[in-house]
Design a protein around this ligand. Structure first.
Ligand code: ZN
Ligand code: FE
Length: 255
C-alpha cells in the first residue's frame, strides 16, 4: 500500500511529517521539532510511532525527541557521522544505506552543506524525498557548517531524482525565498507563476511544502546554477556551476 504522508506545522515555521502504512499501521515521523502538535496528530488518528527519522542535529529538528521517545518508544534513525551530537540512535545510517519501512525502501542520501552530516530520506515507491534544510521550496538551507561545494554536490544529487518526486522540506520559508528568486531570474515565467500561487496559498494559510521536484527544477535558483539561462541572467556566462551556486548563496545571505 502507498504510504500516507501527513504534514504537521510545528514551532513558528517548521514542518514535521508522518509516514503511515495503512495495512500494517507502521508509522514514522521525520524530524521532531515540537511534541504537542505531533502527539495531537498521532492521538487524533489513533496511530503509534514506530520510527523517528532525523535529518540533522539542529535543535528545531530534534527538540521533541526525548518526550516522544518516552511516550511511544520509537526506533530512532539518524546519521552515523552525527551520532556524537544527535540524541542516542537505534539505527545509524549513511550515504547509500537502505532500510525498510513496512516493506517500502527508504534510501539515505547524504546532503551536507547546511550542516555536515545532514541526510535526506528518499522513498522511491512513494515518490517522496525528505530534505529538511538542504533543498527547500524555492531555496536551500544556509551554509552553517559545510561549503558551497558540498551543498552544490548535495543539491545535484537531489536534482537527479525522478522529476515527479515530491520534495518535503523542513520550513515554510517559501514566500521570502520567492522574493529573492525573483531578483535572480525576474524573467522566468514559471517562477512568476509560482510566486503568484505561493502568495495565494500563504494568504489562505495553505502550506507550500511539499513541492514537486519538476517545479523546483524550473524555478529554484539554487538548483538552476548549472543552466546557461540562469548564468546569463546574473552575468556569469561560462562560469563554473559551483561558483555560480556560491554567488547565489552569498547574495541570498545578504538579501
Ligand atoms: Zn537546520
Ligand atoms: Fe531547521
Amino acid at each position: 500500500m502507498p504510504l500516507e504522508i501527513i504534514t504537521i506545522p510545528c514551532l513558528a515555521d517548521n514542518y514535521a511529517f508522518l509516514l503511515h502504512e495503512p495495512d500494517s499501521g507502521v508509522t514514522a515521523l521525520v524530524d521532531a521539532p515540537e511534541a504537542a502538535p505531533i502527539k495531537a496528530e498521532l492521538d487524533r488518528r489513533g496511530w503509534g510511532l514506530d520510527f523517528v527519522l532525523l535529518t540533522h542535529h539542529h535543535w528545531d529538528h530534534i527538540d521533541a525527541l526525548d518526550e516522544l521517545r518516552q511516550i511511544y518508544k520509537p526506533s530512532v534513525v539518524g546519521a552515523e557521522a552525527d551520532a556524537h551530537r544527535l540524541p542516542p540512535l537505534d539505527v545509524a545510517v549513511k550515504e547509500g544505506s537502505v532500510f525498510s519501512l513496512s516493506g517500502e525502501d527508504v534510501q539515505v542520501i547524504e546532503v551536507s552543506g547546511h550542516t555536515v552530516g545532514h541526510i535526506a530520506f528518499y522513498l522511491p515507491e512513494s515518490k517522496a524525498v525528505f530534505t529538511a534544510d538542504s533543498l527547500m521550496a524555492l531555496g536551500c538551507g544556509r551554509l552553517f557548517e559545510g561549503s558551497a561545494a558540498q551543498m552544490w554536490q548535495s543539491l545535484s544529487k537531489l536534482a537527479a531524482l525522478p522529476t515527479d518526486t515530491m520534495v518535503y522540506s523542513g520550513h515554510e520559508y517559501t514566500q521570502s525565498n520567492a522574493a529573492f528568486a525573483l531578483t535572480i531570474e525576474p524573467d522566468n515565467s514559471a517562477l512568476q507563476m509560482r510566486v503568484a500561487n505561493i502568495k495565494k496559498a500563504r494568504s489562505a494559510g495553505v502550506a507550500t511544502v511539499p513541492s514537486p521536484l519538476s517545479l523546483e527544477l524550473a524555478t529554484n535558483p539554487f538548483l538552476r546554477a548549472n543552466l546557461d539561462e540562469l548564468k546569463q541572467a546574473i552575468g556569469m556566462e561560462g562560469i563554473d556551476s559551483e561558483q555560480v551556486f556560491a554567488e547565489i548563496r552569498k547574495r541570498k545571505d545578504r538579501f
